[in-house]
Design a binder for this molecule. Sequence first.
Ligand code: 3PG
Length: 211
Amino acid sequence: MSLIKPSIREVLARVAVVPVLTVTEIGQAVPLARALVAGGLPVLEVTLRSDAALGAIAAMRAAVPEAIVGAGTVVDAAQLAAAVAAGSQFIVSPGFSAPLCVAAREAGVAMLPGVATASELMAALACGLDTLKFFPAAQAGGVALLKAFAGPFPGVRFCPTGGIDIASAPGYLELPNVLCVGMSSLAPPGLLAAGDFGSIELRAREAAALR
Ligand code: 3PG
């Protein structure tokens, strides 16, 4: 079974950064997860944007038990089912979808949907979700929008993702309604292709030290 205990909110509160990963070769999965865990970032989002993604999730779960592995870019119930079958411990979606929220609940898996407006946020709350991805963070309004959400939605916590890098992350992390941030730049295609997991670990270490 692949449920997160404790909750997705508690898990995200433990880390400064969630690496957003696109794995194109299955052989990259385990050394990548090991490098990120060694660097202090055990919560991983593996996007379903490559043929290797589901296999990568399964390989990470089997070989790196210290990692908490979620599937990202999940947009429909079929993808959610496949991600859960591969061992995903949480599901990340770029947007909010009520059917996907219900599918996650029925599957018993934690869901982190993306929102970028007050209306989307209210739809997520109505589905019982109060820990949300803010996506695409920089493009949708960044720190200023998160500050604006804090007034009407004091109980909601966010993992902003999209256009955030090491330089801009601290501005998000200091907000009381931000648990952590997501970013893809820790494991760029060039380093992955070169098998340079040492550099990825160093990047993770720098990111983990942000808070
Ligand atoms: C995502 O899927 O969450 C984003 O592509 C990550 O955004 P970034 O590439 O700007 O970090």
